[in-house]
Design a protein around this ligand. Structure first.
Ligand SMILES: Cc1cc2nc3c(=O)[nH]c(=O)nc-3n(C[C@H](O)[C@H](O)[C@H](O)COP(=O)(O)OP(=O)(O)OC[C@H]3O[C@@H](n4cnc5c(N)ncnc54)[C@H](O)[C@@H]3O)c2cc1C
Length: 385
């Protein structure tokens, strides 16, 4: 392996959707010397596994601050996708057909009734459908559907195209993208960042963005007692069908139930997920995982049984102990900024994360939106060491 002697104004650790979006946002705000360091290939981990749903309303039970942040980021997508297209020519296939959330049991129906009521009270765009309305919209959903909600503003993006667009945008903006290079530790002197020690040598820098997803807390901070909030991997498995020959299509909307979802892609793929498994860094696809995804997909639409299953995969969602993202400056190590722990919502939260973190670093703007996600919140409760 080549040894390098490099330096950069800002080093971003991790080339997933979060690191790539932040690097681009930094470059757009005029940072000219940004280096992104990726252990393997760009966008090859959780971000590659994602379903690309931008659907905060479909699962939310209250309008808390996190829900509002998610909606804010979702609503940035049309501009974000258009800008990426302009910069790179890549269409990220932002699909605005919307989301249907189906109820099959009495408990499901109670869940959607509650969701409908609070969202209407909060002035959100949501429609209540009976079973025939739902089947008019999606003729192949199961006859057993009792009722449904439609969320017109909950949409989807083709997450792998999004990653390609982000890589291309960063290249065009002059961000240096260093792949096959692992950051082992962060070097500090008297509580200030000096650089990162990598598998290819030392890189000097004064500012580091920690965007290493599920692996963030494996990177150590040398020379100080400071710690990185604990981030744990949570495996999610996915199944992909070929639905190109089904006309009319089996699903035009994202279709959810409380147990699973279907996400149609423009090229005829139909994705179905997922599982939520705290099994460490194991990305295996298991018989049990696929069985559970298939049974939930078949509950939504028995027509799935005719489709060819073309692919399966798994990814590791990065989760902090309270399930919320970790965003902002470290109080212990000057120059260290966190952007990790996006758990189930990293694709959704990418645009707002890019803006908040670039604003913090370049313009020194500490948005009040960051308060709830401070890396210091774990210190006070002592829960996350
Ligand atoms: C099955 C599944 C479905 C999902 N569906 C959705 C969805 O529909 N909508 C949504 O919003 N979110 C979804 N998510 C969640 C979303 O994928 C994640 O929140 C998001 O991808 C996290 O992005 P990230 O950049 O932080 O992490 P990652 O994409 O995992 O990127 C982290 C990068 O850091 C690199 N890295 C790690 N350690 C080092 C090191 N020491 N040195 C250098 N590089 C390092 C890794 O190689 C990796 O490329 C889903 C996730 C899964 C698994």
């Amino acid at each position: 392996m080549n040894q390098l002697s490099a330096s950069a104004d800002i080093v971003v650790i991790g080339g997933g959707v979060i690191g790539l979006t932040i690097a681009r946002s930094l470059a757009l705000r005029g940072s000219v010397d940004v280096l992104l360091v990726e252990r393997a290939r760009l966008g090859g981990e959780a971000s590659f596994a994602a379903a690309g749903m931008l659907a905060p309303q479909a699962e939310a039970d209250e309008a808390d601050r996190f829900f509002k942040l998610c909606c804010q980021s979702r609503d940035m997508y049309p501009t974000f996708a258009a800008a990426l297209r302009e910069e790179t020519g890549i269409d990220t296939e932002l699909d605005r057909t919307g989301t249907l959330y189906l109820a099959f049991t009495e408990v499901d129906q109670q869940e959607i009734d509650h969701r409908y009521e609070w969202q209407v009270r909060a002035g959100l765009n949501v429609q209540c459908l009976d079973s025939s309305d739902a089947r008019n919209l999606e003729p192949f959903i199961s006859q057993s559907v009792r009722g449904a909600l439609k969320f017109p503003n909950d949409v989807q993006v083709e997450s792998r195209r999004l990653l390609s667009a982000l890589v291309a945008a960063n290249k065009k903006l002059g961000v240096r993208l260093m792949t096959s290079t692992t950051v082992a530790s962060i070097r500090t002197n008297r509580g200030r960042i000096e650089g990162v020690d990598t598998s290819r040598g030392f890189i000097r820098t004064g500012t580091i963005v920690m965007a290493a997803g599920s692996w963030s807390s494996l990177i150590t901070v040398a020379d100080t007692g400071s710690t990185i909030p604990r981030i744990e991997p949570v495996r999610g498995q996915m199944v992909c069908f070929d639905a190109t020959d089904s006309a009319p299509s089996i699903a035009r909307h994202i279709i959810y139930s409380p147990r699973g979802y279907l996400v149609p892609r423009r090229d005829g793929r139909l994705l179905s997920g997922s599982t939520t498994e705290p099994v460490g860094f194991d990305k295996a696809v298991t018989a049990g995982g696929v069985h559970s995804i298939l049974s939930h997909a078949l509950e939504i639409s028995p027509r799935i049984s005719d489709l060819t299953l073309t692919d399966v995969w798994a990814g590791l969602r990065p989760r902090a102990s309270d399930g919320l993202p970790v965003l902002g400056r470290s109080a212990e190590t000057q120059g260290l900024v966190f952007a990790t722990g996006h758990y189930r919502n990293g694709i959704l939260l990418a645009p707002v994360t890019g803006e908040l973190i670039a604003g913090l670093i370049v313009d020194n703007v500490v948005s009040p939106d960051l308060d709830a996600y401070s890396p210091d919140r774990f210190h006070s409760v002592g829960a996350n060491r």
